[in-house]
Design a protein around this ligand. Sequence first.
Ligand SMILES: NC(=O)c1ccc[n+]([C@@H]2O[C@H](COP(=O)([O-])OP(=O)(O)OC[C@H]3O[C@@H](n4cnc5c(N)ncnc54)[C@H](O)[C@@H]3O)[C@@H](O)[C@H]2O)c1
Length: 417
Amino acid sequence: MPGQTVKPQVAIVGGGMITAIQLLPTIYYLQRMGLVGPISVAALNAAAIRKLMDDPTLKAGFPSQSFNAYPKPDGPSQDMSELYREMIADLPPRQIVVAAVPDHLHYQVIRSALEHDQHVLSVKPLVLKYAQALEIEQEAFRRGLMVGAEYHKRFDYRSLMARREYRAGRFGQFRAGQAHLVECWYYRHSNFQNWCTVENSDMFTYIGCHYVDLVAFITGLLPVSVSLYGVVEDYPNGRKGYLWTDGRVKWNNGAFLSVLTGLGYPDAAPGGNTQGLTMHCEGDKDGCLIRHSDQFRGVEHSYRAAGGEPGDTVYAQPNPDYFRMLDMGEGCLTPVGYGHRSVEYIINAARRIESQAGGDLAARQRMLREMDQAGIMATPANSSYNELVIEAGRLSIANNGREAVIEYGQKPSVHLA
Ligand SMILES: NC(=O)c1ccc[n+]([C@@H]2O[C@H](COP(=O)([O-])OP(=O)(O)OC[C@H]3O[C@@H](n4cnc5c(N)ncnc54)[C@H](O)[C@@H]3O)[C@@H](O)[C@H]2O)c1
């Protein structure tokens, strides 16, 4: 068999929220299924490692599993921001590195992974600059390595249904859309206030990118300009963030999508956020429509008392579709949902390359091109319009919402209109 391994080691950089609630549960599950080997996690400090190791849901879900920690849980208390490099250097070639650090740090983690010949799964957005996405694409291809950006809304069945039917012509042409995604107020008190600040990011870059990517994923259209207005407010620690944004994205068929994002959905309200997408389209004789409520998914619970986590409410509208850990009678918990499917798909894509092409570089490169072409997994080659949108959005927001235009062609770039 050509494969070097079909049971890759997985090394996760970042031990925050997304690692705890989505990445690690799925990767533990894949390990339980015998599909991945040992798991390592590098966090900024020992306290973050201890928090992850003591997470009650992870303990209940995966009672006999654990990970190699960088630093050790009883290690020194100071931040060790370069330790992840040691974890990556400790891997044999062509395992999988997961980048789960704040948005502006993805680039350095991905670079380090590629330099050590590792496949990469990165949480979205892949990087914040088009030039970085291009560099990553070229370096990964040269080495025959996969880089998958984890845009999990793509794996929501409603998105895959819309994509298939849009591409079969059933909705005609997209013309005008609205999307919104407002996360809970309590996020302001979390680690967000340390990094999602005006210099690094904004709400459009952080979460608006999901819906821009989704419209491209469904329609195959390309975004051509962004006007982004943002409201700057103080976080509880006094740092400043663009906590509300309104973006208008124009597309290469003349359509527009308006995207409202924010950090202020009431903690007292049911559901973990408010979000949804409406796309008005035109057929020959009538309007066509795609509309998703991505928050209220038809489930209502009212408990004896609210849970203990921020944002927990007595009356709740839990989302059964994103990520749930279910008791399937096995003495442990089983992850389900589009967040799970998305991580599983990307890990399995890397496993497939290793099992089918192994050390044959040309064969690995052929498979990479096929994956780019298939377009289900976001790769630097098939979705770097996302980086151009982010660059245009950052340029526009810094200029009070002036339109920033994306030029495609030989050397894609953005500039103010
Ligand atoms: N809907 C989504 O797709 C979604 C949701 C949440 C987060 N994310 C993405 O995940 C990433 C992380 O977000 P989060 O919510 O987990 O944030 P977080 O602030 O909870 O966690 C980030 C973690 O990275 C760690 N970190 C920072 N520098 C590090 C370093 N040098 N070495 C090791 N660890 C380091 C921090 O200590 C922190 O624990 C962001 O890029 C975010 O956009 C995506």
